[in-house]
Design a binder for this molecule. Structure first.
Ligand SMILES: Nc1ncnc2c1ncn2[C@@H]1O[C@H](COP(=O)(O)OP(=O)(O)OP(=O)(O)O)[C@@H](O)[C@H]1O
Length: 699
C-alpha cells in the first residue's frame, strides 16, 4: 500500500503524497454532496408530508411516511463508514455496461451525485459496479485499473492499492495481499461488512436473481453469512418496491449470533430488515424445556406432519343427528345425511378453520332453501344470522369443533389411544411410547413446550389457518434444522424465495436433516440452485487442515476445505496437567491481550462458568457470552460456551479441553469442528484429557 497507517487526521494539513491528497479532496466533495442530498430529501419530503396528510387511506399514508423516513435514513452520513472503497478507471472511450460516459468511477456503499445529477459515487449494487468485483486481466470488461482504498478507524483515507488490469509488469498477487490484510485487520466487536473485497464466486451468489431459491454449502469461513447479508442489501436495492411490501428476514441460530451480525446491514445502508431466530420467526416465544435428543429427533421427523394432519382432522366426525332450526312457528330440518354430505365435501378441501366457517354457511344455506320453499325470501343477513345461530354452532361443535394447536398436541402427547389412531403405521409402537409424556401436565394450558413442540404447534396452526408468507428469507446455519422446522420456515415464504446457507459438517442438532436435497424438499424449495463455496477466507490453512482431520468421521461425503491464506505458527496444541489447565488458559489470554484483536475462549458449556470466574479472579477483563449476548461488543476477551460458538469468529481462539466438548452431546465431534474453525489468526488448543483420535494423529 502507498501508506499503511498513521496518516494525519486533517487532510487539509497533511503532508501526504499528492495522490492521497487528491483522493481525500474527492472524498470531501462526495461527503458534502451527500449532506446536500440528505438536506434536499428532508426539506422536500416535509412539504410532501404536509400534502399527504390529506390522503384518506390511513395504511397507505403510514406506508408512504415510513418510505420517506427510510429514504432520508439511507442518506445519513455514517461518520465511521467510508463513503467509497474503490475506483475503476476504464479504457478511454470504453463502452462499459450501464455506461455513464465517465472514464473513472468511485464505488461505494450508496449512490452520491453532484448538484447537476452526475455521479460522484456509484452504489456497489449497481450493474456497472459488477466490474469492480469481476473484472480480471483475462476479462477486463473495459477496466484499465482497479484501485482499492485503505482507511483509518475514523474513516480517514490513508492508503490506496492499484491493480492494473492492462499492460505489462503487474504483480498478480496484489489483490490477494489486500484481501489478506483486510481479513487480518484486528477485530473488535461485531461482524463487519466485506463490501470492498467480495470475491467473484461470492459476488455471483450475492447478485443471483430474487426469483429462484439459492442454497449454499460452504466450509467454515467461506463467507456464507457475509454473502447472505450482502445479498439482502443487493436484493433490497434491485427489488426495493416488491420487498418493501412483502418483507425480507434474516434467520440465524440464536440471539448472540444475531447480535454479532446486526451491524452489517446498517453499515450497508439497510436498516429495515427483520433479523430473528427460528423460534422467534415461528412466534411462540422461547421454549420452556430441553428435550431428550431421541424425542427431539422423532418430533422433528417429517412423518409427524402426516400424524398431525390426521390428529387434527379426526375431530371432524359424522353427525349423530341433523339440525332443527326453529323460526317462529316453523321448524326447519336439515337431515343428518345432508349434514354428512356437506361436511364430507369440505373436509380436507380447505384449512380447518375456514372449513368450519364454510360448513356453517352451507348448513345455513340448506335452511334458507327450506325457508324459500315456504315462500319466504331470506337475504344475506338471514343467511349470516342462521350460520351464526346457536343450533348451527352446537351442531358444528359436535361435528367440526373449534380446536387450538395446543389442545391437539396436548391430546396427542398424553393420550396413547388417540396417538395410536393418528399415527397408524407411520410410527412404530416404540416410537409412540417415546413420544408420550412420562408425566402429562394437567391440561394443555399448563403444558411446557420444547423447541421441537414449537414446530409441531406451528404445523397444526398452519393446518387451521394459512400462515402469512413474506418475500424473501435468508436462512443461515440451515444445516441444523429438523424437517419439521424446515416446514415451519418454508411456509413463511411459500410465495417467496430463500437464500439457504450452511455446512453439513457443522450440523450439531440431533434432529438435523443431514443432506441438502432433503432439506430443500422440506423447505418446499426442491428446485433451488445448489452451490458450493470452497475457498475459506477466515481460517488459515494450518488450522483448517487440523480441523479437517475430523471430516472423514463427521461428514464423509464432503471434500476437504481449502484456505485462501497460510499463516505459519497459527496453530499451537499443548497438554497440561488437569489442575494446571486454568493457569495455562489465563497465561495464553494474557499473552494475546498484549497484542490487538479479539480473543475467544471456547470450552464445553458445563465447564464455562468456572473458567470465566477463574479468569476474572486472575484480574482479566473477560465477558461471558452465556451471560451477555452482546459480550463481543463489551470486551476483547470473551468466554464462549461451545454451543454458542457457531457463526462467530475471533482473531485468536483458545480452545480448552476438546474432549469435554465431544463428550457433552451426541454430535460432539461436529461441535468440536465448529469450535476449531472460529480463529482468524491463531488457535491454541489446551487440553488435559487426551485429544480425539483424529486430532492426536495430527498434533
Ligand atoms: N471476500 C471477503 N473479504 C474479506 N473477508 C472475508 C471475505 N469473505 C470472508 N471473509 C472473512 O471470513 C469471515 C467469515 O465469513 P462468514 O462468517 O460469512 O463465513 P461462513 O461461511 O458463514 O462461516 P461459518 O460456516 O464458520 O459460519 C468474515 O468475517 C471475514 O472475516
Amino acid at each position: 500500500m502507498a501508506d499503511s497507517s498513521g496518516a494525519p487526521a486533517d487532510p487539509a494539513l497533511d503532508h501526504a503524497e499528492p495522490e492521497i491528497r487528491a483522493e481525500r479532496a474527492y472524498l470531501a466533495t462526495a461527503r458534502a454532496a451527500l449532506h446536500r442530498m440528505h438536506h434536499d430529501v428532508v426539506t422536500t419530503e416535509t412539504q410532501l408530508t404536509a400534502a399527504a396528510e390529506d390522503n384518506d387511506n390511513y395504511a397507505e399514508r403510514l406506508f408512504q411516511k415510513r418510505a420517506r423516513e427510510l429514504r432520508a435514513l439511507l442518506l445519513v452520513d455514517l461518520p465511521d463508514v467510508p463513503l467509497f472503497f474503490g475506483r475503476l478507471d476504464f479504457d478511454p472511450g470504453a463502452a462499459h455496461p450501464g455506461s455513464t460516459g465517465a472514464e473513472r468511477l468511485y464505488i461505494g456503499r450508496r449512490h452520491v451525485h453532484d448538484g447537476a445529477g452526475d455521479p460522484l459515487v456509484i452504489d456497489w449494487r449497481a450493474p456497472i459496479s459488477t466490474a469492480f468485483y469481476r473484472a480480471t486481466r483475462d476479462d477486463r470488461q473495459g477496466v484499465r485499473l482497479r484501485r482499492r482504498y485503505g482507511f483509518s478507524g475514523a474513516a480517514e483515507l490513508t492508503a490506496y492499492e492499484d491493480e492494473p488490469l492492462a499492460g505489462p509488469g503487474v504483480d498478480g498477487d496484489r489483490a490477494g495481499a489486500f484481501l489478506a490484510a483486510e481479513i487480518e485487520r484486528p477485530r473488535s466487536g461485531p461482524m463487519r461488512d466485506i463490501v470492498a473485497t467480495i470475491q467473484p464466486e461470492q459476488d455471483d451468489l450475492v447478485r443471483a436473481p430474487l426469483e429462484r431459491t439459492v442454497c449454499v454449502q460452504g466450509a467454515p469461513g467461506t463467507g456464507k453469512t457475509a454473502v447472505g447479508l450482502h445479498r439482502v442489501a443487493y436484493l433490497l436495492y434491485t427489488e426495493r418496491d416488491r420487498l418493501g411490501r412483502t418483507g425480507i428476514a434474516v434467520v440465524g441460530p440464536n440471539r448472540s449470533f444475531l447480535s454479532y451480525i446486526r451491524r452489517v446491514l446498517p453499515a450497508l445502508g439497510e436498516v429495515n430488515v427483520t433479523q430473528t431466530t427460528v423460534e422467534e420467526l415461528i412466534g411462540r416465544g422461547p421454549a420452556h424445556h430441553r428435550e431428550d435428543p431421541a424425542v427431539a429427533r422423532l418430533k422433528g421427523d417429517a412423518r409427524m406432519a402426516e400424524v398431525l394432519h390426521r390428529a387434527l382432522w379426526s375431530h371432524v366426525t359424522r353427525p349423530a343427528e341433523g339440525l332443527v332450526y326453529a323460526k317462529g312457528v316453523y321448524r326447519h330440518r336439515v337431515a343428518d345425511h345432508e349434514v354428512s354430505e356437506i361436511v364430507a365435501g369440505l373436509r380436507g378441501a380447505m384449512r380447518y378453520g375456514p372449513g368450519r366457517a364454510a360448513a356453517a354457511k352451507r348448513i345455513a344455506h340448506a335452511v334458507l332453501v327450506q325457508m324459500e320453499r315456504r315462500g319466504e325470501s331470506p337475504d344475506d343477513r338471514t343467511h349470516n344470522a342462521v350460520a351464526r345461530s346457536k343450533p348451527v354452532r352446537q351442531l358444528l361443535d359436535a361435528v367440526w369443533p373449534k380446536v387450538t394447536p395446543e389442545q391437539v398436541l396436548f391430546r396427542l402427547l398424553s393420550d396413547a389411544e388417540f396417538l395410536a389412531r393418528s399415527a397408524r403405521r407411520d410410527l412404530t409402537q416404540e416410537e409412540q411410547e417415546l413420544l408420550l409424556w412420562r408425566r402429562p401436565p394437567r391440561s394443555w394450558r399448563s403444558a411446557k413446550w420444547s423447541d421441537a413442540d414449537t414446530a409441531l404447534l406451528d404445523e397444526l396452526s398452519d393446518l387451521v389457518e394459512r400462515t402469512a408468507s413474506i418475500g424473501h428469507i435468508v436462512l443461515d446455519e440451515a444445516q441444523d434444522l429438523s424437517p419439521m422446522q424446515c416446514r415451519a420456515v418454508g411456509r413463511r415464504c411459500a410465495t417467496g424465495s430463500m437464500t439457504v446457507l450452511g455446512d453439513i459438517a457443522q450440523g450439531t442438532a440431533p434432529s438435523a436433516v443431514g443432506d441438502w436435497a432433503a432439506l430443500l424438499r422440506h423447505l418446499g424449495k426442491p428446485d433451488a440452485r445448489l452451490e458450493t463455496l470452497e475457498r475459506g477466507y477466515r481460517v488459515p490453512a494450518q488450522i483448517i487442515d487440523f480441523a479437517a482431520r475430523l471430516l472423514p468421521e463427521i461428514a464423509p461425503g464432503l471434500g476437504a476445505p481449502t484456505s485462501a491464506r497460510r499463516s505459519p505458527g497459527a496453530l499451537r496444541v499443548a497438554a497440561a496437567a488437569p489442575e494446571g489447565l486454568p493457569d495455562a488458559v489465563a497465561a495464553t489470554c494474557r499473552e494475546h491481550l498484549k497484542g490487538e484483536g479479539s480473543i475467544g475462549v471456547i470450552t464445553a458449556d458445563a465447564a464455562l462458568p468456572a473458567l470465566h470466574q477463574r479468569l476474572l479472579a486472575e484480574g482479566l477483563e473477560a465477558a461471558s457470552l452465556e451471560e451477555n449476548e452482546n459480550a463481543m461488543e463489551d470486551a476483547r476477551l470473551v468466554c464462549v460456551p461451545a454451543t454458542l460458538a457457531k457463526g462467530l469468529e475471533f482473531d485468536t481462539v483458545v480452545l480448552v479441553e476438546p474432549a469435554g466438548i465431544v463428550n457433552a452431546e451426541p454430535r460432539g465431534l461436529h461441535r468440536l469442528y465448529v469450535a476449531l474453525t472460529r480463529a482468524v489468526s491463531a488457535l491454541h488448543v489446551l487440553h488435559a484429557a487426551p485429544l480425539p483420535a483424529a486430532l492426536r494423529e495430527a498434533a
